[in-house]
Ligand binder design. Structure first.
Ligand code: A2P
Length: 358
């Protein structure tokens, strides 16, 4: 497998965005060993500075020169920017981790969550674009993959409750501004979503196809199949936006290949990397977006059998995960860490016993 130098030169494209800023915070908090850092954003941010490890780093505009001498680049600047620039960084010798959907279906670009399919990185022996999966899919699969490996998930029905952050920093700002305007009885700013978001729920704002499914719903099927290397798993999803800021919630109904029990499911989840079980029936305390916000772990609760599936083969879960962190920036940094030459903990775990190290 290809390795980065001990102290790689790193670039972030989309550094001023919600995910880009989180990438910076995570590189800092995880003490990612880097030699130099370059930040890129759109021309409107050129010259503005962002603090990293005590230094003010100026944002630059992408250019032919920009792609030179970069070992690792993290992209979160939208699909079009990735399509145009990610191959140029790769061709100039960089490992590219791309948070957009531009390369997720490309067989030459591994689609990876370290807790799900890290082996997909083993074949990377040259500069490559690695695709960071869709946020709802990451959050679901961190919780469900340990069950799939042990019991075999044949079908998953997902209902998502998605936060504003998935649509970027400006969408978060719009929700916050609607809350302020509401208390002042002022007109609401609806530029991003074209509707009142506060106190509302609406179908996910991605393109909807002739079959009635939107792109977000389709990604849950296609990306799950790709990461599980299974063309047989059946997935159907309903994805909606709810007025939360940065953590997605998802109700997941699973149909297994064999009979299982609540006890068995709890046992697998209790030791799953990147998972924290929050399941207190007595005090009605289960995963909540506000508790997941700012956390690395995916919170899992409402663990129960699904009596609508025969033969004890069905179970239901409710999960919450920080869309900006594990749904995007943290997963990207974990993928980058996979390429470092020094052994280090590469997945979020709750006990050293379950840490994955090189
Ligand atoms: P800018 O802040 O200058 O617009 P978000 O997903 O939170 O909306 O963030 C999108 C990120 O992508 C921002 O950092 C944005 O920069 C950046 N971006 C948008 N267009 C480009 C572009 N053409 N080149 C580089 N970065 C871009």
């Amino acid at each position: 497998m290809m390795r980065l130098p001990n102290h790689p030169s790193v670039a972030i494209v989309g550094a001023t965005g919600a995910v880009g800023r989180e990438m910076l915070a995570i590189l800092e908090s995880r003490a990612f060993p880097l030699r130099s850092l370059r930040l890129f954003a759109s021309p409107r941010s050129a010259g503005s500075t962002i603090r990293f490890r005590g230094d003010a780093v100026a944002c630059e505009v992408l250019s032919d020169r920009a792609v030179e001498q970069v070992d690792l680049v993290l992209f979160s600047a939208g699909k079009e920017t990735s399509k145009e620039w990610a191959p140029r960084f790769r061709d100039a010798g960089a490992i590219v981790i791309d948070n957009s959907s531009a390369f997720r279906a490309d067989p030459a670009c591994p689609l990876v969550v370290p807790e799900v399919n890290p082996h997909a990185l083993d074949a990377v022996d040259q500069p490559t674009i690695i695709a960071n999966p869709n946020c709802s899919t990451i959050i679901a699969l961190v919780a469900v993959t340990p069950l799939h490996r042990a019991i075999g998930v044949e079908r998953m029905i997902a209902a998502t409750y998605q936060a504003a952050s998935g649509a970027g920093a400006s969408a978060m700002a719009e929700l916050e501004s609607q809350a302020r305007s509401w208390t002042r009885d002022e007109p609401l700013d609806t530029r991003i979503f074209g509707r009142q978001y506060l106190f509302n729920v609406f179908s996910h704002n991605s393109a909807i196809g002739a079959d009635g499914y939107n792109e977000e719903e389709r990604k849950l099927l296609t990306e799950t199949r790709r990461m599980w290397e299974s063309n047989s798993v059946r997935v159907s999803a309903t994805c909606v936006r709810v007025p939360t800021l940065r953590a997605h919630a998802e109700a997941l109904h699973l149909e297994f290949a064999r009979a299982t029990s609540e006890h068995e499911i709890r046992a697998f989840l209790a030791t799953a990397p990147g998972v924290r079980v929050v399941d207190d029936r007595a005090s009605n305390k289960f995963p909540e977006p506000l508790d997941a916000a700012g956390q690395d772990d995916v919170l899992v609760g409402r663990i129960r059998m699904d009596p609508s599936v025969p033969d004890q083969r069905g179970a239901a879960l409710f999960v919450c995960g920080d869309q900006i962190r594990k749904g995007a920036a943290l997963n990207a940094v974990q993928l980058a860490e996979w390429f470092l030459p020094q052994p280090r903990t590469r997945t979020t775990t709750k006990s050293s016993e379950h840490q994955l190290t090189q």
